[in-house]
Write a protein of this length. Structure first.
Length: 68
């Protein structure tokens, strides 16, 4: 599933961030994945393995533009 990950994709996590959001924007790809909270704009770095465990759903960037 993480092989399909691209910049500007939205990742829905299993647990909420303290601000209440579960949606994160992918802002960096590499050994670690950079995510930005969609509600409070907080940025984190998370390992690929940890992201795979905590991720619930992947929303591709091209799917977002077709909904708008």
């Amino acid at each position: 599933m993480l092989n399909d990950l691209d910049l500007n994709d939205i990742v829905q996590m299993r647990k909420q961030h303290p601000c209440g959001s579960t949606h994160w924007l992918v802002v960096r790809l590499g050994a670690d994945i950079g995510l930005q909270c969609q509600q409070c704009q907080r940025r984190i770095l998370i390992s690929r393995r940890e992201l795979q465990k905590k991720m619930k759903l992947l929303i591709k960037a091209d799917q977002q533009s077709s909904k708008a």
